[in-house]
Ligand binder design. Structure first.
Ligand code: PNS
Length: 180
């Protein structure tokens, strides 16, 4: 039987409940879903590739046909390596569209057999993003309803490191003021 294999690529820095919703829904549409975690993204990541993979592996443990793997380089090469022809992407607001459109067309240009399938985000997550979650976590906001449980220890660690950094930098300012 010709198994339908799809890849859901992203930086997942960290995975949010919005991502998990897309993973859960697309796992029901395909025989196998590979969550492809980009190792070296163009924007600097807060979490190491091993941490991003561990968070995803933990929150998708209960979904049998979902696999998590890191990748580097072109997405289409990763697709070919896994014999996958479908890319899954989530769409939130219209602001996502231009970037997604450009990426889908470029990927098809690079690998004409590939199709990008867009799933509309659940309305509860339309405003959610990894960067907003990290910002909220940095300000000690309650983010439990925005991320899978497996992500919380990582965000707490990041929060502690950030608090230490700010407390150290405020000490530096005090020292400088005292000199005058
Ligand atoms: O979650 P993100 O950061 O929006 O995901 C972007 C991602 C990883 C899907 C995209 O940057 C990507 O596929 N990068 C791999 C390099 C590549 O193939 N670039 C050409 C895409 S047109």
């Amino acid at each position: 039987m010709n198994k339908k294999i799809a890849v859901y690529p992203g930086s997942f820095d960290p995975v949010t409940n919005g991502h998990l919703d897309i993973i859960t829904r697309s796992s029901e549409l395909f025989d196998r879903l590979i969550v492809g975690v980009l190792k070296n993204t163009s924007k600097p990541c807060t979490f190491a590739i091993s941490e991003r993979i561990a968070m995803l592996a933990s929150c998708t443990r209960g979904i049998n046909n979902v696999y998590v793997a890191g990748f580097d380089g072109l997405l289409v090469d990763f697709m070919k390596q896994h014999k996958a022809r479908v890319i899954v992407r989530g769409l939130r607001a219209i602001s996502d569209f231009e970037y997604e459109f450009q990426m889908a067309l470029m990927n098809r240009n690079l690998y004409p057999q590939v199709e990008t399938v867009f799933l509309m985000t659940d309305e509860h997550y339309s405003y959610l993003s990894s960067s907003i979650v990290k910002e909220l976590a940095g300000f000690n906001a309650d983010i439990k309803s925005f991320v899978p449980r497996s992500v919380m220890p990582y965000l707490n660690k990041q929060r502690t490191a950030r608090a230490k950094k700010y407390s150290d930098s405020s000490k530096t300012i005090v020292k400088k003021r005292r000199k005058h």
